[in-house]
Write a protein of this length. Structure first.
Length: 168
């Protein structure tokens, strides 16, 4: 295994702590804001918490096994298979959660409130309301891209775990 990166471990712990906040709130251990008809469902909070928590854990695993800042995001070839399996499962959970949250914002029932701020040449303009359609379209586009990442990551994982597998 590579050298331990204390900064990476610290950042991973921070990510895990941030991810714990919505999870503890949904479980009732931390205050939960008032529920209104426009509130996001609890499962959105769970997915957001899991994204941050598992992303933090992934940074810690990368810090313990090699360079946490390597651009490919992969574990070194020397990583034990069990660690690689857990890492891949966390990665897929993060990607699927991200795509699901964006999909809910774009396509889910209920109202959404977006605002758009534009700044040019030192002047700023802020638009409130009326941006709901544009906001949903932007999140819809991002959701589609996120689901493409999920598919690409799944294909990559299957190919790594089962060499020679033909996926089209």
């Amino acid at each position: 295994m590579g050298t331990t990166n204390k900064t990476g471990i610290g950042m991973g712990l921070l990510g895990m702590a941030v991810g714990s906040i919505p999870l503890w709130s949904i479980l009732g251990y931390l205050p939960h804001g008032p529920v209104s008809p426009n509130s996001a469902p609890d499962w959105i909070g769970v997915l957001i918490g899991l994204m941050f928590f598992f992303a933090g854990m992934m940074v810690i695993v990368k810090s313990l096994t090699g360079d946490p800042y390597s651009p490919d995001g992969e574990l070194p070839a020397t990583a034990p298979p069990a660690m690689r399996l857990v890492y891949d499962a966390m990665m897929m959970t993060v990607l699927i959660s991200f795509a699901a949250v964006f999909s809910w914002v774009a396509f889910g029932a209920g109202t959404r409130h977006f605002s758009v701020s534009v700044m040019a040449a030192g002047a700023a303009a802020s638009l409130h309301g009326g941006g709901d359609t544009m906001g949903r379209m932007a999140f819809g586009f991002a959701a589609i891209v996120a689901w493409l990442f999920v598919g690409s990551a799944a294909v990559s994982i299957v190919r790594r775990w089962f060499p020679g597998t033909e996926l089209r």
